[in-house]
Design a protein around this ligand. Structure first.
Ligand SMILES: Cc1cc2nc3c(=O)[nH]c(=O)nc-3n(C[C@H](O)[C@H](O)[C@H](O)COP(=O)(O)O)c2cc1C
Length: 407
């Protein structure tokens, strides 16, 4: 059942099967440390009773952040606020893991005009991203070291585990995809080579944190782009992860170019997905056929009976949810014990195709701020205003950080 405990391969027990999947909060203070609102938000999430809470993108290198509002764990200064954050987020005995991430070419121009990536393939989205510069061999080794340092800082400040973000088009996902990885050295070409960076990071992080500390990987089932990282690649990578001591594999899908993880709101979702609400479930079943890795699936889960059915059938081990932890935060407790049978979705639409992604992102970003300030969500925010919110707030956050010299 969804409220039963689960023992991870490293020996850590997660109190139940409900996971708050990563939701970037963009609520750091000017020095990339958690602000008091972020700390409060995690207290609220711990109060939901979820067994595992995964932070939004926490950056291993502040010059490559998904948002200028992210927390960065690239230094070990001012740990007092980090410790307050972990104390709040583990208040109810749940697990709290950092999602360690490097944004690569998905770093906005406000932060870095020429970000680093696997190759020089530019992300073309609303003119927000610069042409990337390919990482040198030495810089790749530095990236590995940055993940290792961030994992150490996570453990030292009270996080109970880490998740390595290799999905959604960020740096590790850029290395995995033949569209964004054109390298001809040992880091590009075959899937063995394209996955080398991810695998070396897992090995380095394991060396750093020891055998009894959970390490998770978030991986795309596919990028859903022609010629990109596909299901076959993903299954190959998962086979390679089997022997690396990964405690939990979270399956997702998509990149900034194709926001498959928001699929829920796509009118033309596949029939099979409509029937079985979790949209990467078919892929998870393929993984289950050969893999012993504990599995968490995120994307689309909204009903108690279906979530329970997936756990009881042994299709997956954990139910990941993101948006309900924002818009339905007060119902999660009831969902866990079966009193709330369904979490309703809020559909955010401007009516203009080019604004839909940013409207959805902006809508949730603004609700997160409300929750962090101790307010309740506001279901009727203007979708058009939401769509401009992210860009303007990113500009301001990057400027504030540059002003104090932290970026
Ligand atoms: C506001 C918001 C922020 C998100 N930030 C992250 C993130 O930092 N890292 C990540 O891996 N996924 C992120 N996601 C994707 C979610 O983890 C999840 O994969 C997706 O929302 C699908 O799950 P859901 O249908 O339960 O919302 C975010 C989603 C939302 C709505």
């Amino acid at each position: 059942m969804i409220n039963s405990p689960f023992t991870l391969p490293c020996g850590v027990i997660v109190p139940n099967r409900l996971v708050k999947a990563a939701t970037t909060e963009r609520l750091s203070d000017p020095y990339f440390k958690p602000g008091k609102e972020l700390i409060h938000l995690y207290e609220r999430w711990s109060d939901t009773g979820a067994g595992l809470i995964i932070t939004g993108n926490v950056m291993v290198d502040r010059t490559h952040c998904e948002s200028a509002g992210n927390v960065a764990l690239d230094d070990a200064t001012n740990t007092a606020d980090l410790k307050k954050w972990t104390a709040a987020g583990t208040k109810n005995g749940n697990q709290l893991w950092t999602q360690l991430s490097h944004s690569g070419r998905q770093t906005s121009k406000f932060v870095k005009k020429r970000p680093k990536s696997a190759s020089d393939v530019q992300l073309k989205k609303m003119g927000l991203f610069g042409k990337p510069v390919p990482l040198t061999e030495e810089e790749i080794l530095e990236v590995i070291s940055n993940f290792r340092i961030a994992a150490k800082n996570s453990k030292d400040t009270g996080f109970t585990g880490v998740q390595i973000h290799a999905a959604h088009g960020y740096l590790l996902s850029q290395f995995l995809s033949p569209i964004t990885n054109k390298r001809e050295d040992q880091w590009g070409g075959s899937i063995q080579n394209r996955s080398r960076l991810l695998r070396e990071i897992i090995v380095a992080v394991r060396q750093e944190v020891g055998d009894d500390f959970p390490i998770s990987v978030k991986l795309n089932s596919a990028d859903f782009q022609r010629g990109g990282f596909d299901e076959k690649d993903s299954l190959e990578v998962i086979k390679m992860l089997e022997d690396l001591g990964v405690d939990l594999l979270e399956i997702s899908g998509g990149t900034y170019e194709k926001l498959a993880f928001f699929l829920l709101n796509e009118e033309n979702a596949k029939e099979s997905t409509k029937k079985r609400e979790a949209y990467f479930l078919e892929f998870a079943q393929k993984v289950r056929e050969f893999s012993k890795l504990p599995l968490s699936l995120t994307g689309g889960f909204r009903t108690y009976d279906f979530a329970n059915e997936c756990i009881q059938n042994g299709e997956i081990d954990f139910i990941g949810m993101a948006r309900p932890f924002i818009t339905n935060i007060n119902e999660i407790k009831g969902f866990l014990n079966g009193e709330v049978k369904e979490l309703s979705n809020l559909i955010v639409r401007t009516g203009f195709k080019m604004f839909e992604d940013s409207a959805e992102g902006g809508f949730y970003a603004r609700q997160l701020i409300r929750l962090a300030e101790g307010k309740e969500i506001h279901p009727n925010l203007s979708p058009m205003l939401c769509s401009t919110f992210l860009v303007t707030s990113e500009f301001k956050k990057a400027k504030a950080k540059k002003r104090v010299g932290s970026l």
